[in-house]
Design a binder for this molecule. Structure first.
Ligand SMILES: [Zn+2]
Ligand SMILES: [Zn+2]
Length: 366
């Protein structure tokens, strides 16, 4: 896997925006069309951002295959949610942003008023506002996101790296929720973008990481990101046994983080953790799926089971700092660039994980 250099794009800021723009519109299952649509304008408190790069994401692939996402997007709708760019239009009453500012607007903002927001669980906000439309030349940023979740990107940080803030925030949330301590052995199940991010930041926090991945390409990236051991699921008969074998007395790992999102790996995560350990069900399986656990093991093994969904504004800032600091190896996560007109081909390559060694593709508006 060779990481590609970030695209350096000059972003002209013109006072006059064009009338129409190229954008990806989601119509349904595997039906995304590149169309000409009106350029949005900023209402009070809003920003218009010229997209420098939008990143493909596992959630977008899920949406592409299923045609919708209950919480995030209902077709027909502008599509894509991981982006960074430059401010090209300011709504009335905007403070703290100027034309030309390089920004990363996060894909959602909590309301700040509901039961969950009042308890610092803004990821569960009852009124979580999602913004889509990153696969386009311009995107409108709603006022709530402008005030709560839009960050300034320092000059030394490539915009496409800054666009990793949102998925990294999810990964960081998952890791922090699992309460890791330096020296802990952490198994991360899943070699998708999120699994690899969790793996990398667990290594950065001083944990010993066992990566449980399927494909050779994923194993290679896991190694480059600092995984101490790798279990390739297609090479072993019993994944749980293979992971336990890498721990003293086959005790099991201190923490297992599931980032595959299927019931089978949820069960494996529980089976590979040591007594007193923590399991985080980070991957969200399809509605209606069920798992089976040995209740005796859960109880007498004194296991802590948790799940982590989404992120909060505070976690987004910590994720952003990790990227800006250069500690987080952003270049490993963007494995290709595609023009917006080839978005469908980029998705097809990402879905074919066995053949194409892609993690995330940066989609660049022409
Ligand atoms: Zn995403
Ligand atoms: Zn709320």
């Amino acid at each position: 896997m060779t990481p590609t250099a970030p695209a350096v794009l000059p972003i002209p800021v013109s006072p006059e925006l064009p009338e129409t723009m190229t954008a990806a519109v989601l119509y349904g299952q595997e039906d995304v069309r590149i169309e000409q649509v009106p350029v949005p304008h900023a209402n009070r408190g809003e920003l218009i951002v010229k997209v420098a790069a939008a990143l493909t994401c596992g959630t977008d692939l899920k949406v592409f295959r299923r045609g919708y996402h209950a919480k995030m997007i209902q077709p027909p709708a502008l599509f894509g949610h991981e982006l960074a760019g430059a401010v090209v239009e300011l709504g009335e009453g905007i403070t703290g942003f100027e034309l030309g500012d390089r920004v990363v607007p996060i894909n959602s903002a909590p309301c700040g008023r509901c039961y969950f927001c009042q308890r610092a669980q803004e990821n569960l906000c009852e009124n979580l506002l999602f913004n889509n439309g990153a696969y386009a030349e311009y995107i409108r940023i709603p006022a709530e996101i402008v005030t709560r979740n839009t960050l300034h990107v320092p000059a030394h940080v490539p915009l496409e790296y800054a666009a990793l803030t949102e998925p990294l925030a999810c990964a960081l949330h998952g890791l922090e929720d699992s309460d890791p301590h330096p020296g802990d052995t952490v198994a991360v199940l899943g070699g998708g973008p999120l699994g690899l991010m969790i793996l990398h930041i667990a290594v950065l926090s001083g944990c010993r990481v066992i990566a449980v991945v399927k494909h050779d390409a994923q194993a290679a990236v896991a190694r480059a990101l600092g995984a101490h051991d790798i279990v390739q699921t297609i090479q072993v008969d019993d994944v749980v046994q293979a992971v336990r074998a890498l721990t003293p007395d086959q005790r099991g790992v201190d923490i297992a983080i599931e980032a595959v999102a299927i019931p089978e790996t949820w069960e494996q995560a529980v089976d590979m953790v040591r007594n007193g350990g923590t399991v985080n069900f980070f991957g969200g399986p399809e509605t209606g799926t069920k798992v089976q656990f040995d209740t005796n093991r859960l109880h007498y093994g004194d296991l802590t089971l948790k799940a982590t969904f989404h992120h909060t504004p505070a976690i987004c800032r910590r994720a952003f700092d990790l990227i800006s600091s250069g500690k987080f190896q952003a270049q490993h996560f963007i494995t290709g660039h595609s023009p917006l007109s080839e978005l469908n081909q980029a998705f097809a390559q990402l879905l074919d994980r066995g053949t194409h060694n892609r993690i995330k593709t940066a989609i660049l508006p022409e």
